[in-house]
Ligand binder design. Structure first.
Ligand SMILES: Cc1ncc(COP(=O)(O)O)c(C=O)c1O
Length: 443
């Protein structure tokens, strides 16, 4: 630390990166050592050429999700990930909850595939105060989406989606053999007239929507449109997948108009996750549904991975029922909104970046900015992917927007997130992005 003039956090980060690269190893109780050559051994490469034939065409689309899930290389500023960094996680509370869970009998045993009773009850209460929904505990929202698409749809089915929408939902829907069909989004959420027309034309039975903090536009579905969506679902026998992914970051009291709570006849399959409000490694999420849809989800769920580890479920339950939980949420919300304001102020100083404001009146998404990079005259021919690559060369990771459209995008967009880094890195990240845009002559 004294030689390099850096703090303990930087050293810790460097050490864990070197361990990851197999350059050094840490032996508890002894110290940290240069890794022996044997662990850096290079094996004779296998001749796997035959596998490309056996696998057929590539459907994985993994590269779309890499910026969201993967770690950025050392020195690169992460404006792509939507997971709050460790300074915003309730680490002491999680640690206390893990210790408590570990002492409880049965924690290392099995769980019913739908999840532990008390955790399911907590989610039931959150999803609908009247508790009409049967809850399934899932290992994160992404796994929940994947289960919902495969359990409720058939390969070849059409699924209606906001345009743009969460890329992970698109990847997962396509992997289930579904064909996403776009419906436009404006400041009040999904365009209802276009939706009604598209239902008629496509014969779709399922729609995927995010009712608040729509990722990536930040739009919030207005109360009027929420009501109309439920009515349309009733008229056309439509299943609504309501992904309330940032529920914990909304102001308390907001949930009065969730689709799940205004839907009398079980059209809504509700989804929420704790990975943003606790920590990405506490992979606990829940699906709530009613009637035969709930039965189908419960049947298919066990065939996937049996159940979520009771240690994780107990830990999550301990955290969300702690008296410290509401205070943590308040702090997290205000820290993220503060970072977002800071990021926005810096973005607005860069000529090539133009904020796409979903709705000036609604509470902005605490995590993201959705940005047009088509330049002042709106006519750049540079794609969002080229912007991402140039930004990476300049040391900042951003999300390229094209993969977030169920159809085609009309303008190059990027998403910037303020979740994973603090003020200094946000400022430097925007400077690096500005340099990348300058190199591409976008202004
Ligand atoms: C809209 C939306 N849904 C679902 C997810 C899945 O999140 P997780 O698997 O971490 O719960 C994300 C992740 O960013 C998201 O943005």
């Amino acid at each position: 630390m004294s030689e390099l003039g850096v703090g303990p956090a930087t050293i810790r980060q460097a050490v864990s990166e070197l361990v990851r690269l197999d350059k050094i190893e840490t032996i508890p109780g002894s110290g940290t050592f240069i890794a022996p050559k044997s662990t850096q051994r290079v094996a004779t490469p296998a001749d796997t050429a035959w596998q490309t034939l056996a696998l057929g065409s590539d459907v994985s689309e993994r590269s779309v999700l890499d910026p969201l899930v993967g770690l950025v290389p050392v020195g690169v500023i992460d404006l792509a990930s939507g997971y709050p960094d460790s300074t915003l996680q309730p680490t002491a509370l999680i640690a206390a909850s893990v210790r408590e869970a570990a002492r409880r009998p049965g924690t290392f045993g099995r769980s019913a595939s739908e999840g532990l009773g008390p955790l399911r009850e907590w989610f039931e209460e959150q999803i609908d105060p009247e508790r009409r929904h049967r809850v399934l505990i899932m290992p994160g929202g992404q796994a929940a989406l994947s289960l919902i698409f495969r359990a409720l749809c058939l390969p070849g089915d059409v699924i209606l989606m906001e345009s743009p929408t969460y890329a992970g939902a698109l990847v997962s829907a396509r992997a289930a053999g579904l064909t996403p069909v776009p419906v436009a989004v404006d400041g009040e959420g999904i365009d209802m007239d276009q939706l009604e027309e598209t239902i008629g034309q496509s014969g779709a039975r399922v729609i995927y929507v995010q009712p608040r903090f729509q990722n990536p536009t930040g739009a919030t579905l207005s109360v009027k449109r929420r009501q109309r969506l439920v009515e349309l679902a009733d008229k056309h026998h439509l299943i609504i997948i309501e992904d309330d992914w940032l529920a914990d970051l909304a102001e308390p009291g907001w949930s009065a108009g969730l689709l799940s709570s205004i839907d009398p006849d079980g059209h809504v399959v509700h989804l929420r996750s704790l990975t943003k409000s606790i920590a990405p490694g506490i992979r606990v999420a829940a699906i709530g549904a009613v009637g035969a849809i709930a039965n189908r989800l419960h049947q298919v769920r066990a065939s996937e991975d049996f159940f979520v580890s009771p240690l994780l479920q107990e830990t999550a339950l301990g955290v969300v029922t702690s008296t410290r939980w509401p205070g943590h949420l308040r702090k997290l919300r205000s820290a993220l909104l503060d970072r977002r304001r800071f990021l926005q102020a810096h973005v607005q100083k860069v000529p090539g970046l133009s904020l796409v404001q979903a709705n000036e009146e609604a509470t902005p998404s605490p995590l993201h900015l959705w940005i047009d990079v088509s330049g002042r005259d709106g006519r750049t021919t540079v794609s969002d992917q080229v912007v991402r690559e140039a930004a990476l060369r300049h040391g900042v990771s951003v999300v390229a927007g094209a993969a977030w459209y169920p159809g085609t995008s009309d303008s190059p967009r990027i998403r910037l997130s303020n979740a994973a880094v603090g003020h200094d890195a946000l400022e430097l990240g925007v400077e690096r992005l500005a340099a990348a845009l300058q190199e591409l002559a976008i202004q």
